[in-house]
Design a protein around this ligand. Sequence first.
Ligand SMILES: *Cc1c(COP(=O)(O)O)cnc(C)c1O
Length: 440
Amino acid sequence: MSTKATNLSLSRVHTRSLELQRRAERFFPGGVNSPVRAFRAVGGAPPFVERAEGAYVVDADGNRYIDYVGSWGPMILGHAFPPVVEVIERTAKSSASFGASTAAEAELAERVIQCYPAIEKMRFVSSGTEATMSAIRLARAATGRKIIVKFEGCYHGHADGLLVKAGSGVATFGIPGSAGVPEEIAGLTHPLPYNDLAELEAAFDAHPDEIAAVILEPVVGNAGCIAPAPGFLSGVRELTRREGALMIVDEVMTGFRVALGGACELYSLDPDLVTLGKIVGGGLPVGVFGGKRKYMDMLAPLGPVYQAGTLSGNPLAMAAGLATVGYLLEHADEVYPKLEKTAKAIADGVAAEAEKAGVALRTNRVGSMWTWFFTDGPVRNYDEAAKSDTAAFGKFHRAMLDRGVWLPPSQFEAAFLGTTHGEAEVETTTSAAREAFRAT
Ligand SMILES: *Cc1c(COP(=O)(O)O)cnc(C)c1O
């Protein structure tokens, strides 16, 4: 596939995607295996993807789009990155899974630790949800306490205790939590506004020696992109240390994304536990939880905290992760400046078009993740994000899709790009936005 600018062809045909969606609705609730994919928040039929390469995805009707979803983050090196494809093919020939240890697990772990000095030991799991769920179990065991503090709009996967005031699909569909979570469990999770240290201090005062951990997205991506206010993350570190609670930095989205060492590197953090996912698996299902040795050694078979997984450390997933993280480690000096430059050009280019068109738009961006909020006020927490005009976002989303630009289908999700996005994509995206703002 060439990377030159695509024509901004309008009125794309979606006949085949519509058929596939109808068939899928017979088998899957909403026709999907993860709710935001159903496009309910933006309207219109979700295109079914047939293939992707580099910065482009092609749908079942042959329409081609510049992709700013990137599988929700993992595709930082572009789709079908040749070294990843090659290693998956090669590894598969020796069988996809054994249920026993392989050398590749330690090879990937070594590279993870090179990027994340806060991680002394780790466990590989198969999703971000498993990683955060296990980190919380460990924090409770380590402290003998029950309460978990999280922040409104942050999403840490779909484990029972973490859906309280969660972001991502929970925010997209405006549900306060989830049915099916007993109030006894939800009651152990205390949601607080992001970027507000005074509230956190008050929570510690109200529950002395009861808070096991504070878990956070160090840059929020799941309420749309929200940067941490200066001093917020270091303040959380200080307070948790003082109060004997663990700080869990959930880098499932930001890990290897905002910097090679994620937000831990970008903001000089030294958390007790870190969770990773998305990029670390190179597009295959991998999650990581890790951190201080004294906590990690509490896990079975060394200690009393149980955690396991049939496909944990799966050979194909380790191979794809190694190819991705290995490449990032070797080429960090080129990769991250390039991501910053391209993302800045796109985010600023579209913001400038909005201003010309008189559309109220706030751009929040940290490196190669960003959100265009349809609001005129600042967005520093979930309540401010929720003031966005989601109908205007929906129109914009459809107008962009019509012009060959695929944005995440919700106001409350971050857009991502990768190293295969370049000047041609900046150009096409900016012109598409110019037309989209005129059309909406
Ligand atoms: C995506 C995400 C998760 C959940 O990961 P899954 O692999 O979807 O279970 C957890 N935390 C954050 C910050 C995420 O972005």
